[in-house]
Ligand binder design. Structure first.
Ligand code: HAM
Length: 427
C-alpha cells in the first residue's frame, strides 16, 4: 500500500460532527446580519499581491511573512487572501458599490496565513466579515458592536470582553509615532530583537508585543489617547456613550493597536480568556482611508471579522447545541424487490411531507437495521416486511421511548409522523 497523503500543516478538515455547530453559528449570524440590513458579497479567494500590500501595509507581519504568494502561469504575483476587507473594498470599488452611497456588506469563507500553527491559530481559517461603507459617524461603529453582542446573546455565548480603543487620524498617529519612537529609543537596551526592528518600520506594533520581558516598558509607554486629535476624541467619546446607553460593558485598552495598517479611529476586539493564547474571537474597526487608498473616492468605512474556528471552539466549551440535521425517521425495508421499492417510495413521501429521512439501503437483518436506525439519531424507525407489504401498512417503532410498536396504514404515516415530531421530544 502506498503511503497516504496528509493535509497541509495548519489546514484542517472540518468533519460533519464539528460542522453542526458551525452551521448553527453561520445560520444565526446570517439571520442577525439580515436584521441589520447587511447583504452578502462574494469575491475571489485569490487576488493580486499588490492589493494586500497596499491595504494591509508593507510592514506588517501578514505581508512580511505570512502570505501565501505565488506566481501564476503568466508570471503575475498572486496571493491567497489573508483577510477579507481588502478584497471587499476592491470588489466594491470595481463594481461601483461604494460611490456616494451607504453599503452594508458581509462575506464568509476561508482565509490563509502562514503563521505558526497552534490551538486557535491555523494556516487556513474561516471568517465571517462585515463591512459598512459611507458612514463616518460613530453610530455605525456602535451598530457593528451591537450586532456582535446580539450574536453572542442569540448563541448563548458568554465570557467575551469588549475592548475598544481609538487610533486617531493618520496625522495624529504620525505625531504620536514620533513621541513613541523617542520613548522607545530611550529604552533601546530593553527592546527585544523584534521590537528593535519594528522601531524603525512600524513602532506602534511594539505595543502589541507579547514578550513578558517587554511588558513593563510597554505599560509605561506614552499613551496614544493623550495624543488624539480633537475630532477623534469626540468620535470615541460618542461611541462610549452609545455603548453605555445600550448597556454593553467595555474596557478601553490603550494598547490595542491591531495588526493591519488600514485602521483609523475606532478599533475593537472581543476577547476571551477561555481559549488560551488565541483569545481574540472577533476584531475590527474603522478604516476611513482605505477606499481612497485603493483607488476609490474618499469613503469612510468600518467593519470587523470573527474567527469561526475560535468562536466554534468557545461555543463547544459552553455546550452550545449544533444545528440538528440528523434524520427524524429511519425507513427499514426488510427485504429486496417489492419491499425495497416500497421503502424507496415511502421515504420520498415522507420527504414530501417535510421530514428528514434516512433510508436503509443495501439490505440486512432486522437486528442490524435497527442498530443502524438507533445510531442515525432518528426518533422513529419504520419497519417494512412481507406482512406489512401485504396489508399496505408499516410498523412504527419509537426508538427513544419504550412503547408498543404500532401498525399504521401507508397513506396515513406521513401525517401521523409529522404531527408526532412536531409535538415535543418525548413522543
Ligand atoms: P484580524 O484581526 O486579522 O482582522 O482577524 C479577525 C479574526 O480572525 C481574529 O480575531 C481571529 O478570530 C481570526 N483569525 C485571524 N487569524 C487567524 C488564524 N491564523 N487562525 C484562526 N483564526 C484567525 C481582519 O482580518 C480584518 N479584516 C477585520 C476587519 C474587517 N476589520 C475591518 N473590517
Amino acid at each position: 500500500m502506498s503511503k497516504a497523503i496528509q493535509a497541509i500543516r495548519g489546514m484542517n478538515d472540518l468533519l460533519p460532527e464539528t460542522l453542526a455547530l458551525w452551521q448553527r453559528i453561520e445560520q444565526t449570524a446570517e439571520a442577525v446580519l439580515s436584521t441589520y440590513g447587511y447583504r452578502e458579497i462574494r469575491f475571489p479567494i485569490i487576488e493580486k499581491t499588490e492589493l494586500y500590500k497596499r491595504s494591509i501595509g508593507e510592514v506588517t507581519d501578514i505581508v512580511e511573512k505570512e502570505m501565501y504568494t505565488f506566481e501564476d502561469r503568466n508570471g503575475d504575483s498572486l496571493t491567497l487572501r489573508p483577510e477579507g476587507t481588502a478584497g471587499c473594498v476592491r470588489a466594491g470599488i470595481e463594481n461601483g458599490l461604494l460611490h456616494n452611497q451607504v453599503q452594508r456588506l458581509w462575506y464568509a469563507g476561508p482565509m490563509f496565513r502562514h503563521e505558526r500553527p497552534q490551538k486557535g491559530r491555523y494556516r487556513q481559517f474561516h471568517q465571517i466579515g462585515v463591512e459598512a461603507f459611507g458612514i463616518g459617524t460613530p453610530d455605525i461603529d456602535a451598530e457593528l458592536i451591537f450586532l456582535t453582542a446580539r450574536l453572542w446573546r442569540l448563541l448563548n455565548i458568554h465570557g467575551l470582553e469588549l475592548q475598544i480603543n481609538s487610533l486617531g487620524t493618520p496625522a495624529a498617529r504620525v505625531h504620536y509615532r514620533q513621541v513613541l519612537v523617542d520613548y522607545l529609543r530611550g529604552h533601546y537596551e530593553t527592546l527585544d530583537e523584534d521590537s528593535r526592528r519594528r522601531l524603525e518600520t512600524n513602532p506602534l506594533r511594539v505595543l502589541d508585543s507579547k514578550n513578558p520581558a517587554m511588558q513593563a516598558l510597554i505599560a509605561s509607554a506614552p499613551n496614544l489617547h493623550e495624543h488624539l486629535d480633537e475630532e477623534s476624541r469626540r468620535h470615541f467619546e460618542q461611541l462610549c456613550a452609545y455603548l453605555q446607553a445600550a448597556n454593553i460593558p467595555y474596557r478601553v485598552n490603550p494598547r490595542l493597536v491591531r495588526g493591519l495598517d488600514y485602521y483609523t479611529r475606532t478599533v475593537f476586539e472581543w476577547v476571551t480568556t477561555h481559549l488560551g493564547a488565541q483569545g481574540t474571537v472577533c476584531a475590527g474597526g474603522r478604516y476611513d482611508g482605505l477606499v481612497e487608498q485603493l483607488g476609490g473616492q474618499p469613503t469612510p468605512a468600518a467593519g470587523f471579522a470573527l474567527g469561526l474556528e475560535r468562536l466554534a471552539e468557545l461555543a463547544a466549551l459552553q455546550q452550545v447545541a449544533g444545528a440538528d440535521r440528523s434524520p427524524q425517521v429511519y425507513v427499514a425495508p426488510l427485504g429486496g424487490g417489492q419491499i425495497a421499492q416500497r421503502g424507496l417510495t415511502l421515504a420520498e413521501q415522507l420527504r414530501d411531507a417535510g421530514l428528514r429521512v434516512e433510508l436503509h439501503c443495501g439490505g440486512g437483518s432486522l437486528k442490524s437495521q435497527l442498530k443502524r436506525a438507533d445510531r442515525s439519531g432518528a426518533r422513529y424507525a419504520l419497519l417494512l416486511g412481507e406482512a406489512e407489504l401485504a396489508a399496505a401498512q408499516v410498523s412504527v417503532k419509537n426508538l427513544r421511548v419504550d412503547e408498543p410498536q404500532q401498525q399504521v396504514g401507508l397513506a396515513e404515516v406521513p401525517a401521523l409522523l409529522r404531527a408526532r415530531l412536531a409535538g415535543g421530544a418525548a413522543q
